[in-house]
Design a protein around this ligand. Structure first.
Ligand code: NAP
Ligand code: ZN
Ligand code: ZN
Length: 348
């Protein structure tokens, strides 16, 4: 079926209307009319080929929330009219060790990502949520708590799970001092989740204009990461730092904040390699690691937690035709704290 969408055709061309095809729902598929799609910094990295493996045309968008329009005959968990969501993956092998553990993002044969993956049904590429409709297997479709504002819930599908997963894995909670580096889409959810999990939360930011928001969002303290004196006061005191920064920055300056056996988890993906002095991990025995989104089961747990605790994202709604401007604003760190495309604007 033909579907309206927005795509980039090359690293330098702005996103523009580009019709795509979606499959007719199969027995286990859910067809979703997209209401909102969040704008992740990864969308920008992809559209501009900043990581070097983009295939064109690319229709970005992996923070998808909408209403079920059709279900296949074997679909059990969704009915027409339900809210439903799709994150960064639409399929995986479902049989390897990672998939059986609910870690589909690390599928041994490679998960099928929501966009710029291999479309196993139609051939060619998968296309993301900057579009009016999507068809996804029910196993990769998430339930959305009814008490959350749908626009504010959409970015939970990437910004939410990507911060939730390392915070849970590295046991953010009472008695633990947790730093979130960067207050953008991921970072603002990291602050909210770390606080909700009971940790002592410190926001590290380069933006003096975000200090008050950091406190409002749940940080106990905000440190300006470009101020060496302010950073020195926190030396060797953190149990965990989740680093969400999307551009070049000093890893050594962050590592210096960790205590013995403290963990720094990278989730931001700067396009160029970052340097690290060996001494930063050697003394005192620190851990540098990373994390990729989260599995389907964990994503549902995160959504349910958000429903129970009334947690969602701080969003600014935009029209589809404002996407190129939104990318420029994201590069200037001028987003409070996630752009969400109102997909009704696509038809206009
Ligand atoms: P975003 O909204 O643009 O936020 C990034 C934040 O990083 C900015 O708000 C800014 O925060 C800080 N920052 C930007 N440039 C900086 C610089 N030169 N030095 C220091 N800080 C800087 O982006 P996002 O959507 O949250 O995504 C963040 C990164 O995570 C991207 O690289 C994205 O691709 C990646 N990502 C990874 C995963 C995963 O699974 N690992 C999933 C989603 C996204 P302050 O103003 O507070 O300093
Ligand atoms: Zn993302
Ligand atoms: Zn697998």
């Amino acid at each position: 079926m033909p579907v309206r969408a927005y795509a980039a055709q090359s690293p330098t061309s702005p996103l523009a209307p580009h019709p795509i095809e979606r499959r007719t729902p199969l027995a286990t598929d859910v067809e979703i009319d997209i209401l909102y799609c969040g704008v992740c910094h990864s969308d920008l990295h992809f559209a501009r080929n900043e990581w070097g493996f983009t295939q064109y045309p690319v229709v970005p968008g992996h923070e998808i929330l909408g209403r079920v329009a059709k279900v296949g005959a074997k679909v059990g968990r969704f009915k027409v009219g339900d809210l439903a969501a799709v994150g960064c993956m639409v399929d995986s092998c479902r049989t390897c060790g990672s998939c059986r553990q609910g870690l589909e993002q690390f599928c041994a044969t490679g998960a099928t990502f929501t966009y710029n993956g291999e479309d196993k049904h139609l051939g060619g590429l998968t296309y993301g949520g900057y579009s009016e409709r999507v068809v996804v297997d029910e196993a990769f479709t998430l339930r959305v708590p009814g008490n959350l504002d749908p626009a504010a819930a959409a970015p939970l599908l990437c910004a939410g799970i990507t911060t939730w997963s390392p915070l849970r894995h590295w046991k953010a909670g009472p008695g633990r001092k947790v730093g979130i580096n960067g207050l953008g889409g991921l970072g603002h959810m990291g602050v909210k989740f770390a606080r909700a999990l009971g940790a002592q939360v410190v926001l590290l930011t380069t933006s003096p204009s975000k200090v008050a928001d950091g406190i409002r969002l749940g940080a106990h303290e905000v440190v300006l990461s470009k101020d060496p004196d302010a950073m020195a006061k926190h030396a060797m005191s953190f149990d965990l730092i989740v680093d969400t920064v999307s551009a070049d920055h000093s890893l050594d300056a962050l590592m210096a904040l960790l205590r013995l056996d403290g963990v720094m988890c990278m989730v931001g993906v700067p396009p160029t390699p970052q340097q690290l002095a060996a001494m930063s991990v050697i003394m005192p025995r620190r851990i540098l690691t990373g994390s990729l989104i989260g599995g389907i089961r964990e994503t549902q747990e995160m959504l349910d937690f958000c429903g129970t605790h009334g947690i969602a994202c701080d969003v600014e709604k935009i029209r589809m035709d404002q996407i190129n401007d939104a990318y420029e604003r994201m590069l200037r760190s001028d987003v409070r704290y996630r752009f969400v495309i109102d997909m009704a604007s696509l038809g206009k």
